[in-house]
Ligand binder design. Structure first.
Ligand code: PLP
Length: 357
């Protein structure tokens, strides 16, 4: 299979400029530099500044580097929940957040809907003493995306709770006012088109205060990556441990490339490609988009039921160099999942559609 295109929803197709930045990193010996050196301080500062610009991250929010999105979930639970968290669950990744809270001995509650559904937001009722509300913006297992205004409503209705937002499979296209959330996180192997091995955790001043409060009252508040330790190092443009320096460098460069293209232009392309795909699937009897309510359809992860099963289709496409995702867990042999990230061009999508016809 020569030069396949990866439509898998993570790891996915690498963003095309990645190779050039990798070559430059090797040229400059970036993988060998000390994480306590001025060269690294500059990389840390450049990457966080580029992310701030690209995603309009509020000035007073902190940006930390961790190893993955799963680790970010764990740190968020440890550093911002003393007892009670609440989770909107509609698939595997939102459920993962919930199970991590349980594993840490928290009193975790959930509002759960069936796979493929969004939430009936007016009927979401959260206990008033909830400390942290956990929301997955784009449920990668089912292709459900939550409209930003419904999430802003939750902030208005529950002003005391901190809100954690998973944007792993909607970044960088996510068009959301991040100042209305407290902890926002993603990893880099999906929409950013980089290899796996780095998570980004964005934390509000309010969430830091909560972490300081918890540290005073609870004996164990997590590892070297707890919020307060991440903050102490980030203020020196460092991380507590030796981080994935190479990847932090690559992330900063790719974020700059995205800003150069323009975030609006990137979002427009994503929307256009999503329309292309959904229109095709809506009109071909062989396929059924899994998410029936259009307002909840994800533009970045398109999940589709295939008549007569998906497994043979996945392998025949793969032989043609088009690698699509299998269905998630129980949908392994009935669904395909197609990532629509900035690394995927309209030409890629047209080629895929022509092979699906
Ligand atoms: C992939 C994914 C994760 C987990 O990311 P890791 O980097 O593997 O930890 C979490 N949430 C969502 C929505 C995802 O798609």
């Amino acid at each position: 299979m020569k030069n396949p295109i990866f439509f898998t929803p993570g790891p996915s197709q690498l963003f095309p400029t990645y190779r050039r930045h990798l070559a430059e990193a090797l040229e400059r010996n970036i993988p060998s530099i000390s994480h306590r050196s001025d060269t690294f301080h500059k990389i840390f500062n450049d990457t966080t500044s580029s992310l701030r610009t690209l995603l309009s991250i509020p000035k007073d929010f902190h940006i930390f580097f961790v190893s993955s999105a799963t680790e970010a979930m764990e740190q968020i639970i440890q550093s911002s929940v003393k007892e009670k968290s609440f989770h909107l669950v509609n698939g595997a990744f939102s459920r993962l957040f919930y199970t991590i809270a349980l594993a840490h001995g928290k009193h975790a509650q959930k509002y759960e809907v069936a796979a493929g559904m969004g939430f009936d937001f007016p009927n979401v009722h959260i206990p008033r003493d909830t400390e942290l509300l956990c929301v997955t913006h784009n449920e990668t297992s089912t292709g459900v995306s939550l409209p930003p205004d419904r999430l802003y409503d939750l902030r208005v209705r529950y002003p005391r709770a901190l809100i954690a937002l998973d944007i792993v499979s909607s970044v960088p296209c996510v068009n959301m006012d991040l100042s209305r959330f407290d902890t926002i996180f993603f990893s880099v192997q999906k929409g950013l088109g980089l290899p796996a091995g780095l998570g980004v955790l964005i934390v509000s001043p309010r969430a830091i205060e909560k972490a300081q409060y918890i540290e005073k009252r609870v004996k164990t508040v997590g590892s070297f990556h707890r919020f307060t330790n991440l903050l102490a190092y980030a203020q020196k443009y460092e991380t507590p441990e030796t981080p994935n320096v190479l990847e932090i460098f690559l992330l900063g460069n790719v974020a700059q490339d995205f800003s150069r293209i323009g975030i609006q232009a990137i979002r427009k392309q994503i929307t256009e490609k999503a329309t292309l795909l959904y229109t095709f699937f809506d009109h071909d009897d062989h396929y059924t988009p899994f998410v029936t309510q259009k307002i909840f359809r994800s533009p970045t992860v398109i999940v589709v039921g295939v008549a007569n099963g998906s497994e043979r289709l996945v392998s025949s496409l793969s032989q043609k160099g088009l690698v699509v995702g299998k269905g998630y867990k129980e949908f392994k042999s009935t669904h395909i999942r197609i990532a629509n990230f900035p690394a995927h061009t309209a030409a890629h999508m047209k080629r895929l559609i022509s092979e699906l016809t």
